[in-house]
Design a protein around this ligand. Structure first.
Ligand code: RP5
Length: 162
């Protein structure tokens, strides 16, 4: 496995997407020892930063990009339009309980796909776990960790609700 390079890029539209949401994505990737870059990049506010990030991501053979944004959430879609690196989208929960972000992220017209996860924290965690699952088809070391995670995960679910 490549040790030095970031396999995953985690980008988010605002600093406000980090606490309680995208920090969980990063923490989950860390649990699997997956090297990743984390940056605030907005499709609307910092489009030049997005172009620069993607140029470097392609040069450094980044394998997956996780893009989180809220409100009129175009980050994942614009990212997917600018690169062939697979993009996972996380709608964040800022306004309208995240329904605005969900629809903006998930409703891509045919041709440019974004693999959209659930709104907020669940989506943030699952975006990392999906990235892990995708990488595990290529890296045996990651696959072993994923199998172990799933075994332990099942044990943590209580048999009774009380
Ligand atoms: C989006 O606008 C961001 O992804 C964030 O979820 C939302 C609000 O941003 P802030 O006004 O909190 O910076 O671009």
């Amino acid at each position: 496995m490549k040790k030095k390079q970031n396999l995953v890029g985690v980008i988010m539209g605002s600093k406000s997407d980090w606490a309680d949401t995208m920090e969980h994505c990063s923490n989950t990737l860390k649990k699997f020892g997956i090297k990743h870059d984390v940056k605030v990049i907005s499709a609307h506010r910092t489009p030049k930063r997005l172009h620069k990030f993607l140029k470097e991501a392609e040069k450094n053979k980044m394998e997956i990009i996780i893009a989180a944004a809220g409100m009129s959430a175009h980050l994942a879609g614009v990212t997917a339009a600018l690169t062939t690196i697979p993009v996972l989208g996380v709608p964040t929960e800022g306004k309208l309980k995240g329904l605005d972000s969900l629809l903006s992220t998930v409703q891509m017209p045919s041709g440019i796909p974004v693999g959209t996860l659930a709104i907020g924290k669940a989506g943030a965690i699952n975006s990392a776990l999906l990235a892990v699952a995708i990488l595990s088809t290529r890296y045996n070391e990651i696959h072993k960790k994923l199998l172990k995670y799933r075994q332990n995960f099942e044990k943590k679910v209580p048999k009774k609700p009380f």
